[in-house]
Ligand binder design. Structure first.
Ligand SMILES: Cc1ncc(COP(=O)(O)O)c(C=O)c1O
Length: 468
């Protein structure tokens, strides 16, 4: 049962249409309902979900929402209230990843997704890699919990030629984060992270029962001078960082902060989680080495995912660590789901060791630069942003003037047919609705320009809303 008054109003409106209509009639589209009732897409979706649960309507993907023939049950007969009593309280954010996966109408321009679209994926390389993997004997059997040896060695050798690191293969970077938080800390422990930080890391941390704590960052990365005070105040041993292309600010950790950071880790016995999510998209001629490459004593856990540089369905990441931390992670990885599908692992190995891999990365970086230039150009025509405008190769992070609220801007933009991300959930401990994130990953330059135009008109028509 939903309690939100706007959603109840939509349920009432749809209820009247259903009662007056016949089985098989199509209900008005989400966009029509948004316009008629002046509500957000999330509100319409909540109302539709309630009526689907009550078996009064059904949603057919790509066709619409229809009145059901004979309700097999009246909503009043259903009582699942017992579930609420049966479930233990949990820190899991059940709306995650709502803001990343807005079910938008089909003609919506997607400036929200950070995953490169199909035109940036190495389809020919992938097809061949998968065909070869499929033919390999043993591909349909089991794999070791830690991953197949040649792929582990490839990740390890890229970090350090002498292979001090023990690499596990996980189902992408998000799975690696979740694995780390659940295996090397106990519920109630604190994880320090830059503010703002990646929404998925905050969610995984909370889901593991851990408490995220914020440390300031500036245009040189994490404020190492302040990290010590946060460690002192919280007693934390775990620090989650993105030293390269920080998501969402795009900042790199300055070379002069690396040594003090590693010294602090040594002094305080810290475990640093280095989320190197965009290693492959950094320019290889200037790219800094991961912190983990210069870490003989095993303070750093390094995550490198292929889901952006190959394709989102390539759920493969290398999780590198040393010592008992590596043993702990390995045990938990196996407990979780035994092993990552060997066919995916073999495919990933074929892709990254193919002759086309480096060429693909070069082309991808180039196209992303073109798209980002289009995005920067287009937002430059809107006189709205609080400086500075920052971001990585896949997106920009834009500050709004004080009278605008990021969530309201996101909803207004969606009504105009462009999806963006509101930054309010990207703060580990001090939520603010002051920024939006616009991605240049999944749309070509022409669509990016059109999307920003739509955003511009949404901002024009958007009345300032009082905060609070
Ligand atoms: C900073 C960061 N880390 C990790 C991930 C997880 O990505 P994946 O699970 O697709 O590898 C993402 C996804 O966008 C991200 O932005």
């Amino acid at each position: 049962m939903i309690h939100d008054s706007a959603a109840r109003r939509v349920v009432g409106h749809l209820d009247a249409i259903i009662t007056a209509g016949s089985a098989g009639d199509r209900l008005p589209s989400v966009r029509t309902l948004m316009a008629e009732l002046g509500v957000s897409p999330a509100t319409v979706r909540a109302a539709v979900s309630e009526l689907v649960r009550a078996e009064r309507i059904e949603t057919i993907s790509g066709s619409g929402t229809f009145i059901l023939a004979t309700p097999t049950r009246q909503s009043d007969d259903v009582d699942r209230g017992w579930q609420t009593a049966a479930l233990s309280p949990h820190h899991l954010d059940i709306d995650f990843p709502g803001p990343l996966q807005v079910a938008a109408p089909p003609d919506t321009i997607d400036l929200a997704s950070g995953y490169p679209d199909a035109t940036l994926q190495p389809i020919a390389l992938l097809t061949k890699a998968m065909r070869d993997a499929a033919r390999r004997p043993g591909t349909y059997g089991r794999a070791p919990g830690e991953g197949i040896e040649p792929l582990r060695s490839w990740f390890a050798a890229e970090l350090h030629p002498k292979r001090r690191h023990d690499v596990l293969i996980t189902s992408g970077g998000q799975a690696a984060l979740s694995l780390i938080f659940r295996s090397i800390a106990l519920p109630g422990d604190t994880v320090v992270m830059e503010t703002p930080s990646y929404i998925g890391a905050i969610a995984a941390c909370r889901a593991a029962g851990l408490t995220p704590a914020a440390v300031a960052a500036d245009d040189s990365g994490v404020r190492v001078d302040q990290l010590e005070a946060v460690i002192e105040a919280t007693g934390a041993r775990l620090v989650y960082l993105q030293p390269r292309f920080h998501n969402p600010t795009g900042v790199h950790l300055h070379v002069e902060r690396r040594r003090p950071l590693m010294e602090l880790a040594a002094e305080r016995g810290l475990i640093l989680i280095e989320d190197d999510w965009l290693y492959d998209l950094d320019d290889p001629t200037t790219r800094s080495r991961p912190l983990a490459s210069d870490d003989p004593n095993g303070h750093v856990i390094h995550i490198r995912s292929l889901s952006k540089s190959v394709a989102p369905s390539m759920r493969i990441a290398g999780l590198a660590s040393q010592g008992v931390i590596a043993e702990r992670l390995k045990a938990m990885r196996t407990v979780e789901d035994f092993f990552v599908s060997p066919i995916l692992q073999e495919t990933a190995l074929n892709v990254v060791t193919s002759t086309g891999w480096v060429r693909h990365l070069r082309a991808m970086r180039l196209e992303l630069r073109t798209r980002q230039a289009a995005l920067r150009d287009a937002i430059g025509a809107i006189d709205c942003w609080e400086p500075p405008i920052v971001g990585g190769p896949l997106h920009l992070w834009l500050g709004l003037p004080p009278h605008l609220d990021a969530v309201a801007v996101r909803d207004a933009a969606l009504r105009r047919g462009v999806s963006i991300i509101a930054g309010n959930q990207w703060y580990p401990s001090d939520p603010r609705s002051t920024h939006i994130r616009l991605s240049n990953a999944s749309m070509p330059a022409t669509q990016i320009r059109e999307g920003v135009e739509r955003l511009g008109s949404a901002l024009e028509g958007h009345r300032p809303q009082p905060l609070g």
